[in-house]
Design a binder for this molecule. Structure first.
Ligand code: BES
Ligand code: ZN
Length: 646
């Protein structure tokens, strides 16, 4: 996988030819600024894609970064980037301030992926650098010889049009259809595809940026955004709080702003601005509720950015500015738990951060727990119960299908691309674990613990093992009679669930169960099911729990009565389309094609492609949709689904 060839650059003039930014497959480009020594020694590098589970895991080590923060740590990044929509590249400079942790260190090692490095300077003087050959998902180590005075290092670079962390959209792929759009998605290991940096959640940096765009467009970042900024094509940002690299984010498009509350607002393309602001109008109340329970919000403003439908996630918790899929604008606030989730990350994740991707459950499990609590606070216990049951059912499905290793909260990801391991485990199993602690020690006590946890570890990155140490010093002492370290370790380090887990229940779902059972038994006609007043969650529960095999007659009866094929709710449509693929219900297939070609959110499309791939006729349909949709899909959605249509 590594091609340890050495390519020589004889002079600075040739430097730009050294890095092959288009493919990211540059071999080794080495430069010596003054003399031209030929170095033909291959650089021995570890094989990061090889599984090394026979070696004991170093829990503090980030196996997904090639950088060297244990020797030299980057503390601040100043970007000056020009966004070129024609070439689909960003080019400019990243200036890095750093501190030596090891006083004898002479080299700064950065992560990079598919970047062209033109030159590296400090105080105007060229610095020697080497760009190692790349690993498929970790990218290439960029090794820079430190200047004698430890002064700021400036890297002149450009991104590749194929950068895994950037999506370039043409005007037709946007709501307005007139202007192009760009957004970045850095989590987990993609910041390195648009900035050369130490791409590890253990390294926190403050940052500032100047972003140059076409004049008609607006740039926004996970930083201070001035809603009243003049649209002049030059935008300046400052992020004064130290953040991990996966939270650096940028979007550029025909965006407008609308306030929702004192500290909250939404950025979106003009045609969806009002509907987004109406859908998410409870954001300010959510912010206030979370602060009351878990301590002050540390990030100044909390705004939302609504992306085009190709955004590969539901949401991304970029600080001060969560990135949100438009697929949750349902018209009835039924899917706004996503906002509670991204907001909650302001405490769990953005303030207290997982130190490595093995510890992702510290981000997502805590956040999922908080999400349920925020939803209960704002919308009541019925909604909380329904969402908890649906979440538990998602978890059950993963527990039934995933390998034992992938059911573990503190998951061993050595040699694996974190993108390939995305599941409900860190989310729902993590939240269930925390809910058990809450139930054992009492809600108020657990809230007090959480509030203190967020305060004590604010702006730090912590490992699972540090969290266990913290439990040992706090709850396990205070509630020694109620909690048990062996069971806690079972939750964290073992597959499946411990015995006697308290399973969420919802009264609102009992009547749905009754209706479904009677209808399936032929005791109740579809038009006699009392669905008026059913919430989206009840519909989801109704559909998700239908038998795998349904007769054509049953499918037709449901569809004629409830017009499910044309459901405007993207989650309901997803459930129905999945049933339709499983049972090859032909009337829904044109809608399936439309769905797959208009939405790029992986959680919604991947199960459909997976199901389609199981039969020949399904595969043909999947292939057709994928080929049509591919130019508009995000690189992550392409990567996650291309295997299903081969
Ligand atoms: N931070 C995650 C998205 C993520 C996780 C990206 C891991 C890359 C690697 C975000 O907060 C998230 O969890 N999104 C979910 C939201 C849902 C659980 C409400 C999503 O996109 O589906
Ligand atoms: Zn999350």
């Amino acid at each position: 996988m590594f091609r340890n060839l050495t390519l020589l650059c004889l002079s600075l003039l040739l430097l730009s030819a050294c890095a092959d930014g288009d493919t990211g497959k540059s071999d080794v480009s080495a430069s010596t600024p003054s003399d031209a020594q030929i170095d033909v020694t291959p650089t021995p590098l570890p094989e990061p894609s090889e599984k090394v589970t026979d070696v004991a895991i170093d829990v503090a080590k980030d196996y997904h970064s090639l950088s060297n923060p244990e020797q030299v740590i980057v503390t601040h990044i100043a970007l000056d980037l020009t966004v070129d929509f024609e070439q689909k590249v960003m080019r400019g400079t990243a200036a890095l301030d750093y501190q030596k942790v090891d006083s004898t260190a002479t080299v700064l090692v950065l992560d990079s992926k598919e970047l062209s490095i033109n030159k590296v300077t400090s105080g105007g003087q060229a610095l020697a650098f080497t760009l190692q050959s790349g690993d498929s998902f970790l990218g290439s180590a960029l090794e820079i010889t430190l200047p004698a005075d430890n002064a700021r290092i400036v890297i002149d670079y450009s991104t590749s049009p194929q950068a895994s962390g950037v999506q370039w959209l043409t005007p037709v792929q946007t709501a307005g259809g007139k202007q192009p759009f760009l957004f970045t998605q850095a989590q987990a290991t993609h910041a390195r595809s648009f900035i050369p940096l130490q791409d590890s959640p253990q390294v926190r940096v403050t940052y500032e940026a100047i972003i140059r765009t076409p004049k008609e467009l607006l740039a926004v970042m996970s930083a201070s955004n001035d809603p009243k900024t003049e649209r002049d094509g030059v935008y300046e940002f400052k992020m004064p709080q130290a953040v991990p690299s996966y939270l650096i984010a940028l979007a550029v498009g025909d965006l407008e702003f609308k306030a929702m509350g004192e500290r909250t607002g939404v950025y979106a393309e003009p045609s969806i601005l009002d509907s987004a602001a109406a859908e998410f109008e409870d954001t300010e109340s959510m912010l206030i509720a979370t602060e009351e329970a878990y301590g002050p919000y540390s990030w100044d403003r909390y705004d939302l950015l609504i992306l085009p439908p190709s955004f590969p996630f539901g949401g991304m918790e970029n600080p001060r500015l969560s990135f949100i899929t438009p697929t949750v604008i349902a018209g009835d606030k039924s899917l706004v738990s996503l906002i509670a989730h991204e907001l909650a990350h302001s405490w769990s994740g953005n303030a207290v951060t997982n130190a490595t991707w093995r510890d992702l459950w510290l981000n997502e499990g805590f956040t999922t727990y908080l999400t349920y609590r925020i939803m209960e606070d704002i919308y009541g216990t019925d909604r909380f119960n329904m969402e908890a049951v649906l979440g538990y059912q998602d978890l059950e499905e993963d527990l039934n299908t995933l390998d034992a290793n992938d059911q573990i909260l503190a998951i061993d990801l050595r040699g694996r691309d974190p993108d390939d391991v995305f599941s409900n485990i860190p989310y729902e199993k993590g939240a269930l674990f925390l809910r058990e602690i809450e139930q054992k020690i009492g809600r108020d006590n657990f809230d007090a613990f959480l509030k203190n946890y967020f305060k004590e570890f604010a702006f730090q990155s912590i490992t699972t093992d540090q969290f266990i140490d913290h439990l040992n010093e706090t709850l396990l002492v205070e509630y020694a009679d109620k909690l048990d370290i062996a069971r806690i370790k079972q939750w964290i380090f073992e597959a499946g669930l411990p015995s006697d887990v308290s399973v969420p229940e919802s009264d609102a779902f009992s009547l749905v169960d009754m209706a479904r059972t009677k209808w399936l038994a032929g005791e109740l006609a579809a038009n006699k099911i009392q669905t008026s007043g059913w919430t989206v969650h009840q519909w989801l529960y109704f559909l998700n729990n239908m038998p795998e095999i349904m007769s054509e007659e049953k499918m037709t009866a449901l569809d004629s009565q409830f017009d499910l094929t044309n459901s405007k709710n993207n989650e309901i449509a997803h459930s129905w389309l999945l049933m339709s693929v499983k049972n090859w219900y032909a009337p829904a297939l044109p809608r399936l094609h439309d769905y797959l070609t208009s939405i790029g959110r992986n959680k919604l499309v991947k199960p459909l492609y997976r199901e389609l791939s199981k039969t020949e006729q399904g595969k043909a349909l999947g292939r057709k949709a994928f080929e049509q949709a591919k130019p508009g899909y995000h690189p992550l959605t392409v990567k996650a689904n291309e295997g299903f249509v081969e």
